[in-house]
Design a protein around this ligand. Structure first.
Ligand code: NAP
Length: 308
C-alpha cells in the first residue's frame, strides 16, 4: 500500500521512514513538509495539494506535534484517507472523539498509535500479571529534556503536554498491562515559571488492591530511567528501558537484545496494515484520559525557569 508521511521531523526520520522502508506492506509514496523531505520520494509542501495530486495514496501517517494534528487528520478523513496518528493522538480528548466519529462516518481506518505499547516485553508483562493480586505499582519515568527534545519549543506550549509527552508512553504501557481500571486521585504538576507545561509530575491512582504511584521528571541527568515495577501476591515484576527489558523476582527474562526497542515502529506499521485490510480502527484514548485528569486535578507548583 502507498502511504504519505506528513511532518518530516525527528520521529519521522528516526523511526517512520526506516520502518516503512523495511516493511513488505508499505511504499513511501509522498511526503508533506514545510522544510523536510526524503530522498527519492515526491515531496509536497502543501497537504491539500498532495491529497488532490495523489488520489492513489490511500493512507497518511501524521508525525507532527499534537496541536496542529487535528486539522490535518480531519482533512485527510474528509478526503477518504485512512489515518495513522503519532502519540498523543491529539491535543484534547474532544478532538480525538471528533476524529473517531468522522472516521466512522467516512468508513476509513483511524489508528491512534502508542509506540511504547509495542515494546518487546509489554505483552509478556501483561501475561505475567494476569490472575495475580497487585499490591504495589510504581512508575518512574525520568529523562533529560535537553537530550531528548532539543529545540522543541512546542512541547512547552499549551497542548504540548510537557513531561507528559514521554509520560504518556508510560501510561500507554500501564493501561495495556493492568487488568483493572485506574484513575488519578492526586497529582502535583511542577511548571517552570517561564513555561506553560510541567517539567515534572507526581501522581497517585486509585486501584482496587494496590498502591499505584507515578513520577515523571525531565530534569534527570546521567542515567535515564523508564521503569515500571509491580509487587504482587506471587512475586515481583519490573519492566525497564521503556518496556524493552523484563525482570521477574529480580531475574532477567528472555534475551536482552539491542533491537528490543527498534521493533516498536515496525509493529505499529504492521498493525496499521492489518487495520486497513480489515476495515477497522484502533483508537484507545485511555493514556490520554489520565493525562487530562492529571491536568484537571493536579496542584500546580511553580519551579525554577527552564532554559535550554
Ligand atoms: P518535531 O521534530 O519537533 O516536529 C515534527 C514535524 O512536525 C516538524 O518537522 C514539522 O514539519 C511538523 N510541525 C511542527 N509544527 C507544526 C505546525 N504548527 N504545523 C504543521 N506541522 C508542524 O517533533 P517530533 O519529535 O518528531 O515529534 C512529533 C510527534 O511524535 C509528537 O507528538 C511526539 O510526541 C511524537 N514522538 C516523538 C518522539 C521523539 O523521540 N522525538 C518519539 C515518539 C513519538 P515540517 O517543518 O517538516 O513541516
Amino acid at each position: 500500500m502507498q502511504i504519505a508521511l506528513v511532518g518530516i521531523g525527528k520521529i519521522a526520520l528516526d523511526q517512520h521512514v526506516p520502518s516503512i522502508a523495511a516493511s513488505p506492506d508499505w511504499e513511501l509514496a509522498a511526503t508533506v513538509s514545510r522544510r523536510g523531505s526524503v530522498e527519492g520520494v515526491e515531496a509536497f509542501t502543501d497537504f491539500d495539494e498532495m491529497l488532490a495530486a495523489r488520489p492513489e495514496v490511500r493512507v497518511v501517517s501524521l508525525c507532527m506535534p499534537p496541536v496542529p494534528r487535528f486539522d490535518y487528520a480531519a482533512r485527510a478523513i474528509r478526503a477518504s484517507r485512512h489515518v495513522m496518528l503519532e502519540k498523543p493522538p491529539g491535543a484534547t480528548l474532544s478532538e480525538c472523539h471528533a476524529l473517531i466519529a468522522m472516521a466512522e462516518a467516512q468508513r476509513v481506518s483511524l489508528y491512534a498509535s502508542w509506540h511504547s505499547r509495542a515494546a518487546d516485553k509489554v505483552q509478556a508483562a501483561k501475561d505475567w500479571l494476569a490472575g495475580k493480586t497487585l499490591r504495589k505499582f510504581t512508575v518512574t519515568w525520568k529523562e533529560d529534556v535537553r537530550r531528548w527534545h532539543p529545540g522543541q519549543d512546542w512541547i512547552w506550549e499549551p497542548g504540548g503536554m510537557g513531561v507528559f509527552d514521554p509520560g504518556i508512553n508510560a501510561l500507554s504501557i500501564v493501561t495495556e498491562i493492568l487488568a483493572e481500571p485506574i484513575h488519578v486521585t492526586r497529582a502535583v504538576l511542577e511548571v517552570p515559571e517561564n513555561r506553560q507545561a510541567p517539567i515534572a509530575a507526581q501522581m497517585a491512582f486509585h486501584h482496587p488492591t494496590a498502591e499505584v504511584t507515578m513520577e515523571f521528571d525531565w530534569r534527570q541527568q546521567g542515567d535515564q530511567t523508564w521503569s515500571i515495577e509491580a509487587e504482587t501476591d506471587q512475586g515481583s515484576l519490573a519492566l525497564h528501558d521503556g518496556g524493552a527489558r523484563m525482570l521477574v523476582d529480580g531475574v532477567e527474562t528472555g534475551a536482552e537484545t539491542s533491537a528490543a526497542l527498534s521493533g516498536e515502529y515496525p509493529r505499529l506499521y504492521a498493525r496499521m496494515s492489518d487495520l486497513v485490510r480489515a476495515g477497522q480502527s484502533d483508537t484507545d484514548l485511555s493514556p490520554m484520559r489520565h493525562v487530562a485528569d492529571a491536568f484537571t486535578l493536579g496542584r500546580r507548583v511553580t519551579v525554577a525557569p527552564f532554559t535550554e
